[in-house]
Design a protein around this ligand. Structure first.
Ligand SMILES: *[C@@H]1O[C@H](CO)[C@@H](O)[C@H](O)[C@H]1NC(C)=O
Length: 292
């Protein structure tokens, strides 16, 4: 039994009590000398939690350096804060993505061009039948039509935030919802069984809120976390995860899984505006560059 209480340290035979004394000594040194304290802390938390990353952001900014980059890369860092709102569907909120002045510039450009919003019709559907589904006014605007350069700036930042090239984006659909106006829950992907064969799909949607809304007008995801899916969900009902529009905030969500199949939890709609007015710039991101 004698051999059990003896170990080897650096090739020397040492007894168990000696090992214990060495351990205590090492701990005391670490505990009282600040430099060693760091070592202990780092070892203890060698995998930092995400919240501690957030708390370290000031430290990060101080000693970070710009890395060598490729021909198409950036020579500076980008800071685009975001919050994961949900994994089912995959939805992110980018607070203060655009400035109030940029939002106002987009609104004034769109104001002169508004017409009643239309819908892609399913086989056999008519525009009259579906006129109550989407009651907003809107217009399509491409960044080329915006001489102020605001839309081009938004596109650029959006491409960085999603890492999906600008060429996958449709033109902006700028929408105005007045009191009582809404968009019943729907999918942005076009199910070929209902809409016929598709050349490409709207894999993700990006919404930039151009105005605050006093009351109502939330973007809702009624099936978030697979809830309400098995009930008889009424597509007018405003339930589930609700995102309150705030001027300058942007919402990104994916309608498709990474494997290309449709995410059923990406059903979404716009709750009716109760007080105020809602302005939003939407961009649908296609899974193919050649989407039209
Ligand atoms: C695609 O991905 C989703 C989500 O991970 C999964 O539920 C589904 O079974 C996958 N489908 C195929 C055909 O791989």
């Amino acid at each position: 039994m004698k051999g059990r209480s003896r170990g080897r340290v650096c090739g020397h035979q040492v007894s168990a009590p000696l090992v214990l004394v060495l351990c205590v000594l090492a701990f005391l040194v670490g505990y009282f000398i600040p430099e060693f304290q760091q070592v202990i802390l780092v070892t203890k938390h060698s995998i930092p939690s995400f919240s501690s990353f957030a708390n370290q952001r000031h430290e990060l900014l101080e000693d970070v350096t710009v890395a060598e980059h490729g021909v198409t890369g950036d020579d500076q860092l980008s800071f685009i804060p975001f919050q994961v709102l949900s994994w089912t569907p995959r939805a992110l909120l980018f607070p203060k993505f655009a400035s109030p002045a940029q939002c106002e510039a987009i609104i004034s450009l769109a104001k002169t061009k508004l017409t009643p919003s239309s819908l892609a019709l399913r086989k056999g559907e008519t525009a009259t039948e579906t006129q109550d589904v989407r009651t907003s006014h809107g217009c399509f605007l491409s960044s080329r039509q915006d001489k102020t350069g605001t839309l081009a700036w938004v596109e650029e930042k959006m491409a960085k935030a999603t890492m999906i090239p600008k060429s996958h984006g449709e033109a902006f659909n700028v929408l105005r919802y007045e009191i009582g106006q809404k968009y019943n829950s729907h999918y942005d992907v076009f199910n070929p069984a209902e809409y016929g064969p598709q050349k490409s799909q709207r894999m993700a949607s990006f919404l930039l809120y151009l105005s605050d809304v006093e009351e109502g007008g939330e973007t809702m995801f009624p099936f978030e976390n697979y809830e309400h899916m098995n009930e008889n969900y009424d597509y007018k009902e405003c339930i589930g995860l609700k995102v309150k529009p705030k001027q300058g905030d942007a919402l990104l969500f994916y309608s498709m899984f990474p494997n290309g199949t449709f995410d059923k939890t990406a059903l979404h709609g716009s709750c009716p505006v109760i007080k105020g007015e809602k302005w939003v710039a939407t961009k649908w991101i296609r899974d193919k560059e050649d989407w039209s």
